[in-house]
Structures are given as structure tokens and as C-alpha cells.
Design a binder for this molecule. Structure first.
Ligand SMILES: Cc1cc2nc3c(=O)[nH]c(=O)nc-3n(C[C@H](O)[C@H](O)[C@H](O)COP(=O)(O)OP(=O)(O)OC[C@H]3O[C@@H](n4cnc5c(N)ncnc54)[C@H](O)[C@@H]3O)c2cc1C
Length: 393
């Protein structure tokens, strides 16, 4: 019998690929390996679970056994990929008790995701910073929240703003700390940042913009945060909270691929077929850099997974990325963005419209390449998406 296709990772990337592959091929043996419990959940729902009224158990839609049955796959949970030997088409894994095992693959898909960036700060409380990047993190967070009323969030990016809005819905006192002058600074023009800032303030968010976390000290049951001004003015202030949630970015998990000699950059480097520099090894999802693009969002993963499923089923299919907008889950103030490709030449045109901002990015050839919409202007999202060329066509 031919060796199985092995997929490492049971996040959106790994499971979507397996599902799409099974639609095309019901015969080829499929093995899934994951270091978590293999439950299927939607990660974007972690940052609006209070708004949608979901508990962590309700977020775990299907347990591992059900996924294995649906996908007709051998599923190894609590099993960690530790090494890859591309020449032998072999991987080494370790189960929860540390027992090693070697698995031979016909084709291998790395869908191992990304780690949250860890902030290093002074003080004895630095290790109490929490990040949420999977359902287990979120379970621990919800337990910690039972005894927490004052929450600080580091980072006013997409995930930080979404949690801030959601925790206000849960009637927590929320402080957001960010060195920038407004939220979502990577995505929104200044006017849009100010409107989002004010709407979230109205929902209850206390902003500490232009500030950085310098130190965390345990102070009885609380955490004492020392904030310093990002402009190096030396100005400091203190804030006492029960819990600190860090949402400052992601770093793709590269170490096994890198140790095996695969080409890596920001992510595991792949071509449009999702193939890495090693024969029969593919990468997908947050860990992958696909034809130069590192996009940590659902829609690119779905597109890539569908294309790779076809390739693995026998029809070589390069990935296509259409224009892919992102809707920020801040019900206090709607935001939709489609960032232009990195370093693309062009200019922003920004107009204020009612309670919102409509910003469009046009390149020197007159093509619209991106947008940022807030408030009522978000109603134009679908019409604008149609005008924007795909990222990879
Ligand atoms: C709070 C939050 C909200 C978000 N909201 C949105 C949104 O609204 N819209 C949007 O488009 N995107 C959103 N995203 C991003 C989106 O959810 C992710 O891009 C996507 O879920 C990543 O899927 P993945 O399968 O690549 O990675 P992951 O879901 O991280 O899966 C990685 C898998 O690999 C396994 N693994 C890792 N290392 C190993 C190893 N060595 N051995 C074995 N298994 C391993 C893990 O256990 C896991 O099963 C959000 C992200 C977060 C954190």
C-alpha cells in the first residue's frame, strides 16, 4: 500500500485541506497529526465569544474522533512533530508521554500555524502575560476571567481591538495599551483610527495610546503595570489590573522546517502550488509564505487549501488570491479593510462620510488596490471589492 498523505496541524488550514481533499479523493490514506486535542473550532470566534454568547465548550464544534470519522483519516492527537527528513520522506513525532515514533509519508503538508509574539518586560510579573491563539489558551483565559475585573490588553491591532470590544460586552473594565496614536494603525488612516478609538471609548475602553509596557510587578493578587511614553519623554504612570492579555502579533512556526533545511523567510517559503523547497513537502496557513505573501487570515487559507487539495488529488492547481477584505469584529463600530499589497506604489484618498471614513488606495495606473472603510462607509465594501484586482491571479 502507498504511504499516506500526512497533514501536520488541525487548525483551519489542516482541517480545511483534509475536508477539500476528501471531496476529491476518498481512497488515498490520510494521516493527521496535531499537538492539541484535535477538536474543530473556529479561531475567529475566540475574540467575539461573549458577543455571540459562546462558552469554550460550545466553540469546540466537533471532537477529534468525529473529525477523524468525517475525514476517514488516522488522527494522532497530543502528538508533536519534532523532526523532518525530506530525503527519506519521514517525520519524527512524539506523543504526550514523550514516546517517539517515525512516520513515512508520500506527501507531507505542514499546517503548524504561528506562535504569539512574547513581550519581554522588566519586573517579576512578566510571565503572567496571557496570549490567546487557540482554544486551550481561550479556556484558560475564561477561567482566569472569573476572578478578574480589570483587564489590560497590549496591542491595539485587529485582535486587541476585537477582544477589547468583547470584554466590554462582558462588563469588564478594559485598558488598551499601544505605542501608536490610534487603534488599527496598520490598516486605517488617522481619521478612521480616531473614530474607532472614540466609539470603543464610548463602549467602555480606556485607552493608553502612545504608551508602552515597561514593567509588570506582582502586587498581592493584582498586577502593577508600569507604562512609559513611547516618545521617550521619560514620563511614566502606573496601572493596577487583574490580568494582562498580550495581542502584539504572530511569528510563524518555522523551527522544524528550518532544521530540515527547507527555505524559510517570514514563513515557510512556498510557490503557488504551496510546494516548499523540499520535494513532496507543502506548507499552508499561518506558517506559510505563499508566493511572497504572509497573510494570517481565513480567506487566503481557504483559497490555498482548495488549490492544494486539487494538486494532491492529481490536478496541479496554482493558488489564486482574489481581493480579500477583512471585517474587524468590533460591533461598537464597523470596520472593513483591504490593505494594498506591501510596498505597492500609490496614494490614499480619504473622505469623511457621515459617521465614517472611506479611504481608497489607487496605484499610478489608476487601479484601486486597497481600501479602509469605517462606520456607514462599510456598506460600500462589496462594491469596492469588485473593482480591485486579485493579489495572485
Ligand atoms: C483571536 C483571533 C481572531 C481572529 N479573527 C479573524 C477574523 O475575524 N478573520 C480572519 O480572516 N482571520 C482571523 N484570525 C486569523 C485566523 O484565525 C488564522 O489565520 C487561522 O485560524 C490560522 O489557521 P492555521 O490552521 O494556519 O493555524 P492554527 O489554527 O494555529 O493551527 C495550527 C495547528 O498546528 C498544530 N501544531 C503546531 N505545531 C505543531 C507541531 N510541532 N506538531 C504537531 N502539531 C502542531 C496546532 O496544534 C494546531 O492544530 C484570528 C486569529 C485570532 C488569534
Amino acid at each position: 500500500m502507498r504511504e499516506p498523505i500526512v497533514v501536520v496541524g488541525s487548525g483551519l488550514a489542516g482541517y480545511t485541506l483534509a475536508r477539500e481533499f476528501r471531496k476529491l479523493d476518498k481512497e488515498t490514506a490520510l494521516t493527521l497529526i496535531t499537538r492539541d486535542d484535535g477538536a474543530f473550532y473556529s479561531k475567529p470566534m475566540l475574540s467575539n465569544a461573549f458577543t455571540t454568547g459562546k462558552s469554550p465548550d460550545q466553540l469546540a464544534v466537533f471532537p477529534a474522533q468525529e473529525m477523524a470519522a468525517q475525514l476517514q483519516a488516522d488522527l494522532y492527537t497530543h502528538t508533536t512533530l519534532t523532526a523532518l527528513h525530506p530525503q527519506r520522506h519521514a517525520i519524527e513525532v512524539q506523543d504526550a508521554r514523550g514516546r517517539p515514533r517515525e512516520i513515512i509519508y508520500s506527501r507531507l503538508v505542514l499546517a503548524v500555524g504561528a506562535d504569539p509574539v512574547r513581550v519581554t518586560v522588566a519586573g517579576d510579573g512578566g510571565d503572567s502575560l496571557i496570549s490567546i491563539n487557540d482554544l486551550d489558551d481561550y479556556r484558560r483565559f475564561r477561567i482566569a476571567l472569573n476572578d478578574a475585573q480589570q483587564i489590560a490588553i497590549l496591542g491595539a491591532g485587529l485582535v486587541g481591538c476585537e477582544f477589547a470590544n468583547d470584554l466590554c460586552t462582558a462588563h469588564k473594565v478594559v485598558h488598551v495599551i499601544d505605542p501608536g496614536h490610534g487603534p488599527l494603525a496598520r490598516f486605517l488612516p488617522a481619521a478612521g483610527q480616531m473614530l474607532l478609538r472614540d466609539a470603543l471609548a464610548k463602549a467602555g475602553v480606556n485607552w493608553h495610546l502612545g504608551s508602552m509596557l515597561a514593567a509588570v510587578h506582582h502586587h498581592g493578587k493584582k498586577l502593577k503595570l508600569v507604562l512609559k511614553k513611547a516618545d521617550d519623554s521619560g514620563e511614566q504612570r502606573e496601572l493596577e489590573v487583574d490580568l494582562v492579555l498580550s495581542a502584539v502579533g504572530l511569528r510563524p512556526r518555522l523551527h522544524v522546517a528550518e532544521a530540515a533545511g527547507l527555505q524559510v523567510n517570514r514563513g515557510i517559503v512556498t510557490d503557488r502550488l504551496l510546494g516548499t523547497s523540499a520535494a513532496d513537502v507543502y506548507a499552508l496557513g499561518d506558517c506559510a509564505e505563499v508566493a511572497g505573501h504572509s497573510l494570517y487570515f481565513v480567506q487566503p487559507i481557504m483559497n490555498a487549501a482548495r488549490a492544494l487539495a486539487k494538486t494532491l488529488a492529481g490536478t496541479s492547481t496554482p493558488v489564486v488570491y482574489p481581493a480579500m477584505p477583512v471585517t474587524v469584529k468590533t460591533p461598537a463600530y464597523p470596520v472593513s479593510v483591504l490593505p494594498p499589497p506591501p510596498n505597492w506604489p500609490g496614494e490614499w484618498q480619504v473622505e469623511t462620510q457621515g459617521d465614517g471614513v472611506r479611504a481608497t488606495f489607487t496605484d499610478p495606473n489608476g487601479w484601486m488596490r486597497g481600501f479602509a472603510l469605517t462606520g456607514a462607509a462599510t456598506a460600500e465594501k462589496n462594491a469596492l471589492v469588485k473593482k480591485i484586482p486579485g493579489l495572485i491571479e
